[in-house]
Write a protein that binds this ligand. Structure first.
Ligand code: 4NP
Length: 155
């Protein structure tokens, strides 16, 4: 079975669509067969495209995330995906509360997959400026590389 990864942040318009775009790009580069999606613990932005600043930073780095649309995490996600990767601690806590008893997905923080950054959060760039989105891109790219390396080792 191919690994499948769901990235989860709060709104699904900034961090998790960037992580989705970064891992899709890394999987394509490495020729990895991965299913990648993203969702939010909140539903305020459901149906919306990513934030314009997120689309812009991805585009500057050669990745098009403009067609993604926000959605909220569902109980079924905990069995549909092999890995659910939270962008920060609040969202990881929300996922633990939402997880049905029959959940099979492995939960982690994105930066757990980056050497030396285990247990750290990807800061929310929503209230900040463009520079914050560059930091987010750097972090999600590092996380995506770490995850992709793990999957290329384990198949
Ligand atoms: P995200 O950023 O969780 O990285 O998508 C946010 C987007 C929207 C809101 C908060 C964070 N909001 O409060 O609407």
């Amino acid at each position: 079975m191919s690994p499948s990864v769901l990235f989860v942040c709060l709104g699904n318009i900034c961090r998790s669509p960037l992580a989705e775009g970064a891992l899709r790009a890394e999987a394509a580069r490495l020729g990895l067969d991965l299913i990648v999606d993203s969702a939010g613990t909140g539903d305020w932005h459901a149906g919306e495209p990513p934030d314009a600043r997120a689309i812009a930073v991805a585009r500057r780095n050669g990745v098009d995330i403009s067609a993604l649309r926000a959605r909220q995490v569902t109980p079924g996600d905990f069995r549909r995906f092999t890995h659910i990767v939270a962008l920060d601690h609040d969202n990881l806590s929300s996922l633990r509360e939402l997880a049905p008893s029959r959940a099979t997905a492995e939960l982690s923080l994105l930066l757990d997959h980056v050497e030396g950054q285990t247990g750290q959060a990807v800061a929310d760039p929503w209230f900040g400026d463009e520079a914050g989105f560059e930091v987010t891109w750097t972090q999600v790219t590092a996380g995506a590389r770490g995850l992709a390396q793990r999957f290329s080792r384990t198949g």
